[in-house]
Design a protein around this ligand. Structure first.
Ligand code: SF4
Ligand code: MG
Length: 315
């Protein structure tokens, strides 16, 4: 609820704070147990910051984050220990997110040791090999290093590392955007299968609406630290309400010739700086439908159709 995350901008030798980057500036939404919530927006819109705040890799500047009924917004690191088991993250870049000097086995065993699971080495080894084969890696490669695997296989290692503690929720931050197109759908299908097997809830972050299309149950669209629209997937694609969503969708090629042709909307103007966001509706500097009061009044998120929320003065 009303989650904000601002980062100080430091300048000069004294590193005085000269302002704040309002990466996330008032998010209000719920992810339901067992669903895949797709969070979409251009780079710099705050979606990664939102994902990291939700699983408390960041402490929010303001607002309340509830996980499984528990308020986790202000918990300190030692009190977050048990949460770390329930909430895991898959990172975008499978090259830099794996330690090159550790074998797959030691990487996967580490969280088991930290959390005191599977007391002896033999048990841990077995658990790791079980997870490896579950994500499509040959378990006999357990003593290999990351550089001995391809990009797609490395992302499978990243997925295995997130899964080994059997979390309830996974934040996947653009997990396929660094991979070859030919491998992307394999990894997406794997994530989809794992969701059912492990009873997982996903927050799936992407900059591109076409990636979340098949994968998400509901989708939220972010612009400049704010949520602009939230809807069930088909409602968002068939009937986008926010001008920004309409613009994003008009850039997605139709996947079927019978699909309704979308008018191409090209956004003019630069993405404003999150250190100094526009007043009123943050989208007003680029919106083709801007009205006078959009410049002054922040639009509230409203449910304008069943389960379809939008923050825009047109509705
Ligand atoms: Fe455009 Fe106004 Fe709606 Fe913002 S509130 S998206 S400026 S019409
Ligand atoms: Mg699914």
């Amino acid at each position: 609820q009303q989650v904000k995350k601002h980062f100080p901008i430091k300048a000069g030798i004294l590193q005085r704070t000269t302002g704040h980057v309002k990466a996330v500036d008032g998010l209000d939404f719920t992810i339901k147990k067992g669903e895949t919530f797709g969070l979409v927006g251009e780079s710099g819109c705050g979606k990664s910051t939102a994902g990291r705040s939700i699983i408390r890799l960041y402490e929010p500047t303001e607002g309340k984050i509830t996980f499984d009924g528990e308020d986790i917004s202000r918990k300190k690191e030692k009190d977050l220990f048990h949460l770390r088991r329930d909430m895991q993250m898959i990172f975008q870049d499978p090259f830099s997110s794996l330690n090159p000097r550790k074998t797959v086995g030691s990487m996967l065993q580490e969280p088991l040791k930290v959390h005191g699971l599977h007391k002896n080495h033999q048990e841990r080894q077995e658990k790791c090999q079980e997870i490896m084969s579950r994500v499509g890696l040959n378990p006999s490669f357990i003593n290999r290093y990351p550089h001995e695997f391809s990009g797609g296989q490395r992302q499978r290692i990243g997925i295995a590392r997130a899964l080994v503690l059997e979390p309830k929720m996974i934040v996947a931050d653009e997990p396929v955007s660094a991979l070859d197109v030919s491998i992307q759908s394999q990894v997406l299908n794997l994530l989809d299968d794992l969701q059912d097997d492990f009873d997982l809830t996903y927050l799936f972050i992407a900059h591109d609406l076409s990636v979340v299309k098949h994968f998400s149950d509901r989708i939220g669209v972010m612009y400049l630290g704010n949520m602009t629209e939230i809807a069930e997937k088909n409602d968002l694609y068939d009937d986008p309400l926010h001008p920004y969503t309409q613009a994003l969708l008009s850039a997605v090629p139709r996947s079927h010739p019978r699909e309704r042709k979308r008018e191409r909307i090209t956004l003019t103007g630069e993405l404003p700086s999150p250190a100094n966001p526009p007043s009123g509706c943050v989208f007003h500097t680029r919106c083709p439908f801007v009205m006078e009061h959009c410049k002054q009044v922040v639009p509230e998120m409203k449910e304008v159709r069943l389960n379809h929320y939008v923050a825009c003065h047109l509705y």
